[in-house]
Ligand binder design. Sequence first.
Ligand code: ATP
Ligand code: MG
Length: 473
Amino acid sequence: MSAVQRKGVQSLLEIAPVVDELGARFDAAGHEIALVGGPVRDILLDRGSKDLDFATSARPDAVERLLAGWADHVWDIGKAFGTIGCRKGDWVLEITTYRSESYDSTSRKPAVEYGDSLEGDLARRDFAMNAMAVLLPSHTFVDPFGGRADVANKVIRTPGSPEDSFSDDPLRMMRAARFAAQLGFTPDPAVVAAMTAMAERITIVSPERVRDELIKLVCSDHPRTGLDLLVSTGLAEYVLPELPALRLELDEHHRHKDVYEHSLTVLEQAIDLEPRLGVPVPDFVVRFAALIHDIGKPKTRKFEGDGKVTFHHHDMVGAKLTRKRMKALRFSNEQIDQVSKLVELHLRFHGYGTGEWTDSAVRRYVRDAGELLGRLHVLTRADSTTRNRRKAEALRSAYDDLETRIARLQEQEELDSIRPDLDGNQIMEILGIGPGRDVGEAYKFLMELRMDHGPLGEARARQELLTWWSSRS
Ligand code: ATP
Ligand code: MG
């Protein structure tokens, strides 16, 4: 048994009970069913996941009937496309009737035709590593295109010729880049050549599908690999043209750094800082903002007379370009607002110097960032790629200082807003007294109580107040 196989055994044993039960159920009803695609590949890679994909000879109606009474919950993912979803314990299953798709090369969506064999179904899949299956309940491993060898060699190959495959569905070119980024695999030279020759074909694919692959790529472990591939094959020119545009030629004095290289490094540094966010990671918003924070630079670049280069207002221009690009890619309004706001604010900190901001400037920074403050911290810290260690250290410590000041101000403001559980009018009413020193004393007493114990609630505060009052008189 190879190391790859041995590693896979653990994940296989884990999913065995659920797939065997399902296999037995379909088998008893006279249908073929197999675990296919991503989960089979991931078993060999020992990448566990709770999502399981199956292919079956059963038609969607029969699948629904077989799942009822076994699964905890069944839903229709796209019955018209032959896919039924269900949940069983922690597992989320997608079961799709065998397909043999025929494509119209000018249309945006594949036309679906049901097929009658597992081999036929596997043949229309994107890559050999994704075209493996395990038949159930027999556990027969089916690998018609050498996917296992590809996984061992970490290569991305299409089952047939890449030209035919990408012509059937150009999104597969994006998927090649996404898998390179996710798995750290290398696309076969023939795959890269076809991506390069056919890059323009991506324009017939719906923006939503492109967007979803881009999100997965950016949220992967090695986004640089995938992004470099998009840029070097020319795909980025159609999908995210602002990215290759960052490869500005150096000016004659070689003064400014390559903005493209800088952006990839900022993205990687943002990924390293991501755990600070306190939100579920990977966080697409902070990563994408890090990648494109400087996209206003090419448009705003000016060569000043003295050999200096400036990029005035590249933050505002960049925020605008961000909006436009994300809209074209059909991102949600929320994500568009978030990323473009971060791009707009990414330079703001540079006015901080060594702590020259007034408290009100610090408050404005917090207010303008709003719910994005944590991400703005990450972005701004990541946006320092100077090789000068003293400079880098100075920036870091200035940002530490800013964060400390923000925390102190927030603490002070929280303290300032603390009130006792009862106000002056309530105190007078409860004690049956008019305005005077006693009310002030009572207020002070309740305030101390509130500081010591947190909020008491009105009833308890009333009691404490009466006890204090009677012990005093
Ligand atoms: P993950 O779910 O981890 O992102 P995956 O390999 O499961 O990776 P999905 O996008 O979920 O990828 O697709 C499931 C399977 O369907 C793939 O493994 C592949 O076999 C097949 N597939 C998906 N999209 C395409 C496509 N555009 N062309 C051909 N086959 C595809
Ligand atoms: Mg999947």
